[in-house]
Design a protein around this ligand. Structure first.
Ligand code: PBG
Length: 325
């Protein structure tokens, strides 16, 4: 490079000042992107820390409205609820009881913070004594019998006041089945956010401790997706859209940003990403060890999920990130 060398194209010109960097930023996080997960446990007066998810708690029904109010006051528009019942059985019957844990929690939240959008996770794994996401026939999950229970559960959540249901079981045909049953019961205006591309992932480990939902034998590979399969994952989301899903989802988020991007490009519905428990726990652990700057890694992570195409991000960071936006 001699003295007469001159560069005419200099991308760094656009990075020179903060004002300019702010002007050309392509992706901006908003609190309105976030959905905060909440765990509701049986009992009274309970707010217990979840050891695998630092900063997250399990709340009893009488404590949940305070938390919901705080979430709402930060501008976060929605929560997604997970229940931990006292008793479980082989068919997860407690999951559709009128006085079940989620049904009561929904009532509490609705009466205190009616504007907060309540989504309920619809699945059997937290309610079955074997921890699988459906009803067993021998050692296998019986798809079609499971649909009936899932629909009962969804309807009971909506009767209690839920605004949207989110089936996370990965049974075939469950979106169409739940849609039909909701409509039959007069709930045609209640949306379905489908966990449409959900992988059999080790990143759910910390959640299963929180929700007490680990399978007692085997794993979930006969219903959740193989992490190696992109085309099959995209097919699942497109199928769920055909079945009537209002919002689709990719889960986990970070190891599957390629899937998220493709689904965003191939569909015309909002796409959610679930920034799952393992993704959260790893950042918290790295921060606790003093190895990474937790806040910066959190914001970079959430930004990457949005940049890849997420319209909505389900994240345990919702409250913390809201405080930094
Ligand atoms: C199933 C469900 C799971 C998660 C959300 N819904 C666990 C699983 O499939 O085993 C995981 C969420 C997370 O890891 O944060 N009801």
């Amino acid at each position: 490079m001699g003295n007469d060398f001159s560069l005419s194209i200099r991308p760094r010109r656009l990075r020179r000042t903060k004002a300019l960097r702010d002007m050309i930023r392509e992706t901006t996080l908003s609190v309105k992107d976030f959905i905060a997960p909440l765990f509701i446990i049986y009992g009274k007066g309970v707010k217990e820390p979840i050891p695998t998810l630092p900063g997250q708690y399990r709340f009893s029904v009488d404590k949940i409205a305070d938390e919901a109010e705080e979430i709402h006051s930060l501008g976060i528009p929605a929560v997604i609820l997970f229940g931990i019942p006292e008793k479980k059985d082989s068919e997860g019957r407690i999951s559709y009881a009128d006085d079940g844990i989620i049904q009561r929690a929904v009532g509490e939240i609705k009466s205190r913070v009616p504007e907060l959008h309540i989504i309920t996770d619809v699945c059997l794994c937290e309610y079955t004594d074997h921890g699988h996401c459906g009803i067993l026939k021998g050692n296998e999950v019986d798809n079609d019998r499971t649909l009936e229970i899932l629909a009962k559960q969804a309807i009971s959540h909506v009767r209690a006041g839920a605004d949207m249901v989110a089936p996370s079981d990965m049974m075939d045909g469950r979106v169409a089945y739940i849609r039909r049953e909701l409509d039959k019961n007069g709930f045609q205006d209640i949306g379905i956010m489908s966990y449409s591309s959900k992988f059999a992932s080790a990143f759910y480990g910390p959640f299963r401790v929180a929700a007490d939902s680990a399978p007692s034998f085997g794993d979930r590979t006969s219903y959740q997706l193989d992490p190696a399969n992109a085309r099959e994952a995209i097919k699942e989301s497109l199928l769920d859209i055909d079945e009537g899903a209002d919002i689709v989802m990719v889960k986990p988020a970070l190891a599957y940003l390629d899937i998220l991007k493709t689904i965003k490009e191939e569909s015309l519905v909002p796409v959610a990403a679930y920034n799952v428990s393992g993704e959260y726990a790893m950042i918290k652990a790295g921060e606790q060890m003093g190895w990474i700057d937790g806040n910066r890694v959190m914001m970079e992570t959430l930004t990457s999920i949005k940049r890849a195409g997420a319209d909505l991000i389900i994240t345990y960071f919702a409250k913390e990130a809201a405080g930094l936006i």
